[in-house]
Design a protein around this ligand. Structure first.
Ligand code: LLP
Length: 423
């Protein structure tokens, strides 16, 4: 049995009961099902394999900002994935997980000197450049290091693509990318820089992009631009078409991967470039749950609150993006239902995972999961309220392993010091 499944009224991850994990690891903890990550990877792989010829297969660079646990990275690396990174921290994780530098692309509007150096030292596939000052800085650092930096320029296509305004990245007013005019300027500048090899373009319009048409509208900007750039004599050898593939949180209609791949075949393939994709959420989102224990069932005149031991510091998506996440009981799943508001212990009304959800009758000590928490879950967690970061667990068939220990109070407190003058 794959992924999260119900067995006689108890929730399992693959073949491991979530009750067992809670008993052995404690709560709150993130639980990921390896089988689900594998099947997402291979679904995308087969969609592109069907639509594109064998010698023109895209480099899939998993956007590890979605979930950067080294074990998760190792799993994706072993499947053949490349990696998209936005920081030196992510580069270090990627290298530790065994990704070949030639399969790593570095993105982001604010690459720091040390990060640029580390990427050049490692010999990554490319930098996706987002501004002219960034181009100058990479050129200067590469020249000093005696390297040639492979770069592509990120186009801002002025398209609203994301499922929420905070995760839409392709509008003119967003901080991301360069306008088409600036891209020409960037190529002209790059031509004169010995330490830069400008190789193409990149694009990422947002996250949770539900309609293939939105992708298509963005892709359709590329052929004309590529044609004009080539007419000016610039070599366009690579097109990185970004991530943004959605997952189902509630009842969204999923992007049809086959039509997506077909559009890539129709619009991008004829341009004759290497193709790169950067899927993040899609690979891991539905492969993870946040497993939590009910601390109290609190009745007020108006509502019944399930107070969990997980909070907004563990999973910030509901309060940050008003994101809807399913909540389910782990045991006695067939019991008569009641309506609950599901909250955490943090001192904010915003520490609410969900309102007016029907769940089987729950008692203090029962377990619940917040679903679809594999992407942008743990990696966005914080120590707010001095709550330790939760543990992470990977389940694979009959086995499971703690892939990140729960943070201890000592871990949190050891970084802080009281200056002498306050002693
Ligand atoms: N490539 C670039 C350049 C990106 O900025 C991102 C995501 C991706 C790829 C991967 O996008 P995905 O395939 O995961 O949609 N924290 C937010 C999502 C932020 C996405 C940031 N960039 C959330 O929880 O919804």
């Amino acid at each position: 049995m794959n992924g999260f499944n119900d067995r006689d009224g108890t929730l399992y991850a693959d073949n491991v009961s979530l009750e067992t994990i809670a008993k052995e690891v404690g709560t709150p903890c993130y639980v990921y099902a390896a089988s689900e990550i594998r099947s997402q990877y291979s679904a995308l792989r087969s969609a592109v394999e069907k639509a594109l010829p064998a010698d023109r297969q895209p480099l899939l660079c998993y956007a590890c900002k979605a979930n950067s646990n080294i074990a998760v990275l190792k799993l994706l690396q072993s499947l053949g994935s490349g990696l998209e990174i936005v920081s030196e921290g992510e580069l270090r994780r990627g290298l530790k997980a065994g990704f070949a530098p030639e399969k790593i692309v570095s993105t982001g509007v604010g690459k720091q000197r040390s990060e640029i150096e580390a990427c050049l030292e490692a010999g990554i596939h490319q930098f996706n450049i987002e501004s002219l000052p960034e181009l100058e800085r990479i050129a200067e650092i590469a020249a000093r290091m005696g390297k040639i930096a492979p770069v592509v320029f990120r186009l801002n296509p002025d398209i609203s693509g994301g499922g929420h305004h905070k995760i839409s990245t392709g509008r003119k007013r967003d901080k991301f990318g360069l306008s088409a005019e600036r891209i020409f300027e960037a190529f002209r500048i790059a031509e004169k820089l010995n330490s830069i090899k400008a190789l193409g373009l990149s694009l990422h319009i947002g996250s949770q992009v539900f309609t293939v048409e939105t992708f298509k509208t963005a892709f359709e900007k590329l052929p004309a631009l590529v044609g004009e750039l080539r007419a000016e004599g610039f070599a366009i050898e690579r097109l990185d078409i970004g991530g943004g593939f959605p997952i189902i949180y509630k009842d969204e209609k999923l992007l049809d991967l086959d039509s997506y791949a077909q559009w890539v075949a129709d619009i991008i393939l004829p341009l004759g470039t290497e193709i790169i994709m950067e899927p993040g959420r899609y690979m891991v989102g539905n492969a993870g749950v946040l497993l939590s224990e009910v601390l109290y069932v609190k009745e007020t005149q108006d509502r019944t609150f399930l107070v969990l031991d997980a909070a907004m510091n563990d999973l910030i998506r509901p309060t940050l993006y008003d994101a809807w996440h399913g909540v389910e009981a782990v045991s006695n799943r067939g019991a008569p239902v009641r309506t609950y508001d599901i909250v955490g212990p943090v001192c904010e009304t915003g520490d609410t995972f969900a309102t007016e959800r029907t769940l089987p009758d729950m008692q203090s000590g029962d377990l619940a999961v917040i679903k679809s928490a594999g992407a942008y879950g743990f990696c966005m967690a914080s120590n707010y309220n001095t709550r330790p970061l939760p543990a992470e667990v990977l389940v694979d068939g009959d086995r499971f392993a703690v892939i990140r220990k729960r943070q201890s109070y000592e871990d949190i407190l050891e970084k802080e010091t009281i200056p002498d003058w306050l002693e």
